[in-house]
Structure formats: C-alpha cells, structure tokens
Design a protein around this ligand. Structure first.
Ligand code: ADP
Ligand code: MG
Length: 389
C-alpha cells in the first residue's frame, strides 16, 4: 500500500537521505464542508468530510531533543531544540512547533523527532491544509512517544496550535474532520456539544468537484468579524423577548419574525440566513438517508443564495462559478464553500457528468471573469492515521 503512493515514496527517499534511517508513516487529510456555512460560531451544525488529499509524514524519534523537520514541498529544512520552542519566521514550521508545545503544556516532554512531510492539499484554497498539518503531526507525536492521548483531545491540541502559533482563531470543524473523517461518510457535527453522527455519501452516488476561483479578496477577515458581531446583536434582540435564547442555534424562524421590527435590516438578514442554514443541515442529512440527491442539491443552492444575498460573503467569481453550475443539468447542487470572498465552490455532480462539467466550467469561467479556475476532484476518505508498511 505504501509503495503505490508516489508522495510516500518521495518522502521515504528524502528521509533516508536526510536522516540515514527508516521512518514510520502517517497521514492526515484535508476536508470539505457539504453544507452548514457560518453556522459554527452560532452553535449550529456543519456537515464536513475528510478527503483523499492529505499531508503525509515520514517520522521517527531521535535522541537529540531536537525537532528536525523537512518540508518536502518547500524543499526546506528547519531545526529547533525542544527546550526552546517559540514562534519562528519559517511559517510552516510554526504549525509543528505549536503542536509540540501543546504536549509540553500537558507536562509531557516529547524528545526529539525527525520528520519529512509533504502532500497534495492545495494551500490556502479552503481545504484546510493547516488543520491537516497539525492533526497529522499531533497523531504522529502521540504515537511515537506512546502517550495514549485520545483523539478527542488531540483535535483541541491541534486547534490550540493554530490559535497560538499561526495566530488564526479557527473553530474546531477542520481539526475534527481531519481526525474523525470516515470513508464514504459526511459527519454532522454539533458545534455546541461536539457530538457527531455519520451520514452516507459514497463515491458511487455522485462526484464531488471543487472549483477554485483563485482569488482571495482582502475583505475576508474584516467582514468575518462584522458578521460575528451582527449575529451577536441579533441574539441580544431575540433574547429580550425570549430569555432562553443564547445563540442563533436556539432561535426559530417564527421567533425572528416576532422581533423583526426591532432589528436593523442587515442584522435581520444575517440572522435569517443563519437560522435557515442550521435547518438546512438537518434537512440535508435526512435527504442523504433517503438517497435523495435532488433535495440535497437544492439545499446547497439555497445555501449559496443565502450566503450571496443575505449574508453577503460571496463575490463575483464565486457567483459566476455557481451560475455556470446551475446551467448544467448534471450538477445536482453547488455553492461557495468556506468563509467567503474567494476560495472554492463545491459541486455535486451526477455520475457520468464530471468530464463535461469540468470542460464547460473551465471555458466559461475564464470567458466571464478573465481568470483561470483550477479543478480538484475529491473523494471522501478516512481521517488521520498511521500507515502500515
Ligand atoms: P488552508 O488551511 O486553507 O489550506 P492556511 O493559510 O490556513 O490555508 O494554511 C496554509 C499554510 O499551512 C501554508 O502557508 C503552510 O505554512 C502550511 N502548509 C500547508 N500544507 C503544507 C505543506 N504541504 N507543506 C508545508 N507547509 C504546509
Ligand atoms: Mg487553514
């Protein structure tokens, strides 16, 4: 199994050249999110899945009290003593240093480790290469030093690494999906309780294709904070009338309508989107159980409309990609994926329709925007794990 994968072969050779010994191998995947966007910080539901694009690690402990790291994709070596962990200039190293620091915070003292890593998750495209990097390394350290820490804790250590060493205040979905992913299944994650349930979505039922806008507008982080603030304002107004409400997760469409005239229009629109998006996740799960991809796809299109027209986090390029998808009867559903203002759309395609979809969208996207899209075909896969030789 290891020998068939060219990435692993390349890492193995590099590891032998760099460290003159034989490593163990690990893997952690990127993720997609089928539906449930901007619901995580409203205590709602999301529906992510791990994918067959991943980061792979060739690693083994050393007796040197040093992290000796080699990024295959950047062709760059980095080394730091385990007693002197800190944020560094080498961007990619921070994720791995950050993870190691979380073990130390628990009073554990991982000795040194030698690691060569690399993968095929496109960076910064919204497939969460950063969470994969953290989750895979957390899994690797836990295994190499036999700490026996439960996966349910490793995900929080990975998240903390991103907060503290990459400075990104991410939620828990990405680490969750990269660690708990299951082949042929999406997971409905309750962002309040962190309970999760699997629902079937296999490669035989439909193809999943991501189309990258190749743009990332600078609005993304400022508008994100504004949306969070608008949601909080909405909750405060609903709560005046219904004191039991602590987040938009608790509010119904009827409650929102009762207090509509007390809200500014923008706040109402944002709350309307979130409350209905949380309901859509539930409906999407039910439609998967019935093998009803027509309904599932319609819900995805509704999500895109909501994100574009009510939540105002789409952009011209994302809207164009979804418009092109809508014109193709092989596309069951399409929507922007992720925070917005760039990144990818996710498209669910009837079996047999993928080739035509890809050629049309490549042609039309460049005609309508002047940019080239990049296409990623993905298959739902298992979460982080050790690879057997
Ligand atoms: P995303 O998580 O959406 O892919 P981020 O900006 O959060 O984008 O994370 C991307 C960063 O993660 C990169 O800049 C790099 O530092 C690190 N990274 C991800 N994948 C790799 C890789 N294969 N090799 C080295 N570093 C990586
Ligand atoms: Mg990231």
């Amino acid at each position: 199994m290891l020998d068939n994968n060219p990435i692993i072969q390349a890492l193995k050779e590099k590891y032998e050249e760099q460290f003159q010994s034989q490593p163990d191998f690990y893997k952690a995947p990127g993720r997609i999110n089928l539906i449930g966007e901007h619901t995580d910080y409203n205590d709602g539901f999301v529906l992510p899945a791990a994918i067959d694009k991943a980061i792979y690690y060739a690693a083994s402990k050393n007796d040197l009290n040093k992290l000796r790291l080699f990024s295959y994709d950047y062709d760059e070596f980095f080394e730091i003593g385990t007693d002197e962990l800190k944020k560094v200039e080498t961007h990619w190293a921070n994720y791995l240093i950050g993870v190691t620091a979380q073990f130390q915070k628990r009073g554990l003292k991982p000795g040194g480790i030698d690691c060569v890593f690399g993968g095929d998750i496109p960076l910064g495209a919204g497939l969460s290469s950063s969470a994969a990097l953290e989750c895979g390394f957390a899994y690797c350290l836990n295994d190499q030093f036999n700490y026996g820490i439960d996966k349910s804790e490793l995900i929080f250590m990975a998240q903390k690494a991103e907060h503290e060493y990459a400075g990104v205040m991410c939620g828990i979905m990405d680490q969750f999906a990269s660690t708990y992913g299951k082949e042929g299944h999406v997971m409905k994650l309750d962002c309040r309780s962190l309970d999760h349930e699997y629902y079937p979505l296999t490669n035989d039922q439909a193809d999943i294709i991501l189309c990258d806008t190749k743009v990332q507008h600078s609005l993304a982080s400022s508008e994100y904070n504004i949306r969070r603030n608008e949601c909080e304002k909405g909750v405060a107004i609903v709560k005046e009338k219904y004191p039991q409400i602590n987040s938009l997760r608790d509010a119904s469409p009827e409650m929102l309508d009762v207090v509509k005239n007390k809200m500014e229009e923008n706040v109402y629109q944002r709350c309307h989107y979130v409350i209905h998006e949380i309901i859509r996740v539930e409906k999407a799960c039910q439609s998967l159980l019935k093998n009803d991809f027509i309904t599932f796809g319609k819900l995805m299109y509704e999500t895109h409309n909501g994100l574009s027209k009510e939540y105002l986090v789409s952009c011209h390029e994302l809207d164009v990609l979804v418009d092109i998808a809508r014109e193709n009867s092989d596309v069951l559903g399409a929507r922007m994926m992720g925070g917005g203002f760039g990144g990818c759309t996710i498209n669910i395609i009837r079996k047999g329709g993928a080739e035509k979809f890809i050629s049309t969208i490549e042609k039309e996207y460049s005609k309508r925007t002047g940019n080239m899209t990049e296409i990623y075909r993905v298959i739902i896969a298992d979460g982080a794990r050790k690879l057997n030789p």
